[in-house]
Design a protein around this ligand. Sequence first.
Ligand SMILES: *Cc1c(COP(=O)(O)O)cnc(C)c1O
Length: 456
Amino acid sequence: MANKEIPYKIYLNESEMPKYWYNLRADMKNKPAPLLNPGTGKPMTAEELGGVFCEDLVKQELDNDTREYPVPQEILDFYKMYRPSPLVRAYCLEKKLNTPAKIYYKFEGNNTSGSHKLNSAIAQAYYAKKQGLKGVTTETGAGQWGTALSMACAYFDLDCKVFMVKVSYEQKPFRREVMRVYGADVTPSPSMTTQIGQKILAEHPGTTGSLGCAISEAVEVAVGTEGYRYVLGSVLNQVLLHQSVIGVETKIAMDKYGIKPDVIIGCAGGGSNLGGLIAPFMGEKLRGEADYRIVAVEPASCPSLTRGVYAYDFADTGMVCPLAKMYTLGSDFIPAPNHAGGLRYHGMSPILSQLYDDGMMEAVSVPQTRVFDAAETFARTEGILPAPESSHAICAAIDEAIKCKETGEEKTILFGLTGTGYFDLVAYQKYHDGQMDDYVPTDEELKQFRARLPKV
Ligand SMILES: *Cc1c(COP(=O)(O)O)cnc(C)c1O
């Protein structure tokens, strides 16, 4: 197998496509900590979660044992529009860097929403429809999740109410318009349409918003509206389960040609693309069958793994959601207006948090201008205009490749290219005009938010 000629871009044939999602938790000895009810301090029951989330998704959320979940046929049918995603050898980038390293990226931006988020959006919309619901509410930061969910809801004929972080709503009017093409109702957050929005605006007039605020608003509306549930685009165990399709496809493609990555790199906001990409590789690592270096890359302005604490915290600013044990900066931490909107979340997936705490993976943080340097190098060599979020992974992959040049090692580097940056051109403009800053929170600032973590 290994000496088969390797194509520039590896796609899978229909018969090779994964038919299941892989639940990494089944192979974790130390399971991720359960969500807690903030009122009682006890683990959330399926019944309690069922008030907020769809039934089948609650089962997936709480299931630490089932290794493989068959993907429902309706979802496999939807995948035919945009999957498999290509696994690409970055020959031109390697040449530009003059590195002996082999660089591969799995490109998830080949759909209208422009990111991997469609993988979980379609699954969550499917289960909402299956339950006979009327619609779903959600938040969106940079707009990718809202766009993905709008597409998925349009496909299954569900209502979709999106609370969009205000800074993105203003910076990315065209994202909002794409959501409206797919029939979504989009409100800038914080808004005066919810109680929590009114409270946040009274306390922080002029705030540009955060994912945490928008989550609180979306949950308030879901819980208060008949036939609606809330859906979330990252962080949750169920989302990592759906995103495992990225990793399972990658693993099948690499195994087919006898390629073994030495280092696997992904950007980490709430952790879903990284959790999905690494899933089958981490599974092998957990079972002692293989070893990989796994690296999470986060913005220096929102460094939850590298500078946060591992503790129970609220998932949202309004403190209405269950408590999750995760690496966190504190639920009321509102990061500087970094342009990688999808990475501006105060916490990290409980699954990845546990794996990081167990020393199974590493994390690095990178300043914004270095990320855009990497983004441009990539655009000019590989052609694709990358999303700022994805460019965090590009930046770390380039750093690894340059290290290989210095040591002469021919490592194989795999990274997740999560999406495209067509809606991020205001950010690219700021970068070109020298108006981009590299704000990094001080220890003092971080301490202040940490002091307000809930006591459990
Ligand atoms: C949302 C997003 C991310 C970060 O979210 P994760 O849940 O950490 O994957 C990364 N890249 C893109 C393009 C995104 O839209």
